[in-house]
Design a protein around this ligand. Structure first.
Ligand code: DC
Length: 228
């Protein structure tokens, strides 16, 4: 069966990664979480005190960008792909609220996007990949055979995100999480480089009222249509 490229884009916490991961596992493709790469750069900037209030010092970050190495490694124990920053497993740390709060300004920097987009294109050069993010169908793989744009109502997304954070032992209010999501979406959608935008040829899926099983069935059908 011919291998294709699958781009999954959409708003924060609308279940893109669950969808992309499930599909990749089912069809035996590689899964890449591009958001984890922006989060890893953010963690690097936080650890190196590059933030001046809400914004990073771009001059210093630019000088250090080549020292930031991100890769994904398979964890045999839990069967998951995990994010490594300069050889260290940072999977848990990059999902914190602190990183979520600071990631959008980092993801809006042109040279950061340029560096990460290049790495993402390299990871997908042999096809057989499912990548999720914001600009995958528009910038990273504009020729992807299957593009999916996922949406869900903001309150539903905040509820899902809150449940995830609570499960990890982080205590936050619904309002705080909703505010973070809305703020990130605004910055992501209005930035100059690689804004969150629906590709003209993307299939839109609003999963507000879908179960994971219903969502997976829709995606698998789309995959089969594209691969024959
Ligand atoms: O998908 P996520 O919430 O883990 O993404 C974290 C942030 O990274 C999000 O606020 C937007 C940004 N991002 C991006 O700008 N481009 C991508 N391809 C993926 C994520």
């Amino acid at each position: 069966m011919k291998k294709i490229t699958i781009a999954v884009d959409g708003y924060s916490s609308c279940g893109k990664s669950t969808m992309a991961k499930d599909l990749a596992q089912k069809v035996k493709y590689n899964y890449i979480d591009s958001g984890a790469m922006y989060r890893a750069v953010t963690l690097y900037a936080l650890r190196n005190n590059l933030f001046e209030s809400d914004y990073p010092n771009e001059t210093v970050l630019k000088k250090q960008i080549d020292q930031i190495h991100i890769d994904f490694r398979h964890n045999e124990t839990n069967g998951k792909s995990e994010t490594y920053l300069n050889g260290e497993n940072v999977e848990k740390e990059i999902r914190s609220m602190e990183v979520a709060d600071k990631v959008s300004p980092i993801a809006a920097i042109g040279f950061v996007r340029e560096a990460l987009v290049k790495q993402q294109q390299e990871m997908g050069k042999n096809k057989g990949i499912v990548m999720d993010g914001r600009d995958i169908g528009t910038v990273v793989f504009p020729d992807a055979e299957l593009k999916i744009f996922v949406t869900a109502r903001p309150e539903i997304r905040a509820q899902r995100r809150l449940a995830e954070l609570t499960a990890k032992g982080e205590n936050h209010t619904f309002e705080e999480v909703l505010k973070n999501l809305t703020k990130r979406d605004f910055i992501d959608a209005t930035r100059k480089d690689g804004p969150l935008r629906q590709a003209g040829d993307a299939v839109v899926i609003n999963n507000s009222d879908l179960t994971i099983e219903e969502q997976n069935a829709i995606i698998l059908k789309l995959f089969k249509e594209k691969t024959g």
